[in-house]
Design a protein around this ligand. Structure first.
Ligand code: NAI
Ligand code: 15L
Length: 269
């Protein structure tokens, strides 16, 4: 696949969308923006809900690929998750199919497998084929998105890289995040690799930096050409001094999904 030219970025007004709006053009991608909210500083952005199938069809027309970030990004009621993340992602794939878009990068999440115990000591890293163990309706919607991607590859030939993102923020803010943090610059590197690698079919990858305290295996991401440059370790001393080591007696500290395991979430995570 040639370096992609025009990419539709959904969720462009959100936290990750704002970071990627700045960073992806540096990798040679020209962005078309979409969100249900206006995108600050981008009056040309398409303001549309994922429920609006006509607007989605128009939005994807002529793009080479889609980076799909839009949706509810935390736990919510099943009805809300159903509308935005499940029906909305289906609507977007249908628009892609109707308009002949060949590649999607889907923002999946660690919460698709959030009940997976975190490795301790000499335990092996969590493999990419670890069984699904969603920790929320939110995580369940990411499982759906990954399966939808597989269906649209097998049945319609639309390729997807599903990125199970750890925590992509400017800095890690918790001891857990030392293990799952993806720096914004590495996020852009990974999305770029996912947009341009050849023959991905449907590939699932873990999305994080090359953290010293990594919990999961990055092999399938590296196979796309992703070469992470960052490590959360410089933040470790300060975060450990503030929050202490992870506590095996705290459910939010025992599994990959951290605070999403508890209701309400345990802070910090
Ligand atoms: P965010 O909540 O900041 O942004 C999501 C954006 O989607 C918002 O701007 C919102 O207006 C838009 N949106 C929500 N429902 C919509 C709808 N029905 N139609 C159109 N737009 C809609 O979330 P963030 O952090 O930017 O995450 C982006 C994506 O990456 C999400 O899908 C999230 O689940 C996923 N993700 C993010 C992680 C992170 O560390 N930031 C970790 C794992 C996954
Ligand atoms: C996610 O999936 C969320 O969208 C994000 O806001 C963070 O909570 C992240 O996971 C995380 O696990 O830290």
């Amino acid at each position: 696949m040639p370096a992609s030219r025009t990419v539709l970025l959904t969720g462009a007004a959100g936290g990750l969308g704002t970071l990627m709006r700045d960073l992806l053009p540096g990798h040679g991608h020209e962005l078309r923006l979409l969100d249900m909210r206006p995108v600050e500083g981008a009056p040309e952005a398409i303001v549309a809900d994922l429920a609006d199938r006509d607007a989605l069809r128009e939005a994807v027309r002529g793009v080479d690929a889609i980076v799909h970030l839009a949706g509810i990004s935390l736990e919510a009621s099943f009805d809300k998750i159903l509308a935005a993340n499940i029906q909305g992602t289906y609507n977007l794939y249908e628009a892609a199919r109707e308009e002949g878009v060949g590649r999607v990068v889907f923002a999946s999440s660690n919460h698709a497998v959030g009940y997976t115990p975190r490795p301790r000591g000499d335990d092996p890293l969590i493999p990419i084929d670890t069984p699904r163990r969603p920790d929320t309706f939110y995580g369940l919607s990411k499982c759906f998105g990954e399966d939808l991607a597989q269906l649209y590859w097998d049945k319609h030939g639309i390729e997807t890289v599903s990125v199970r993102i750890g925590s992509c923020f400017p800095e890690p803010t918790s001891v857990r995040m030392l293990s799952v943090w993806m720096s914004p610059a590495d996020g852009a590197r990974l999305f770029h690799a996912a947009l341009t690698a050849e023959g991905v079919g449907h590939t699932v990858v873990h999305g994080s930096s090359a953290n010293t305290r990594l919990w999961w295996d990055l092999t399938s991401a590296r196979a796309l050409g992703y070469a992470p440059q960052d490590d959360s370790e410089p933040y470790a001393e300060k975060l450990l001094a503030e929050q202490g080591e992870l506590d095996p007696g705290n459910p939010a500290h025992t599994c990959l999904g951290g605070p999403f395991l508890t209701d309400p979430p345990i802070w910090p995570y």
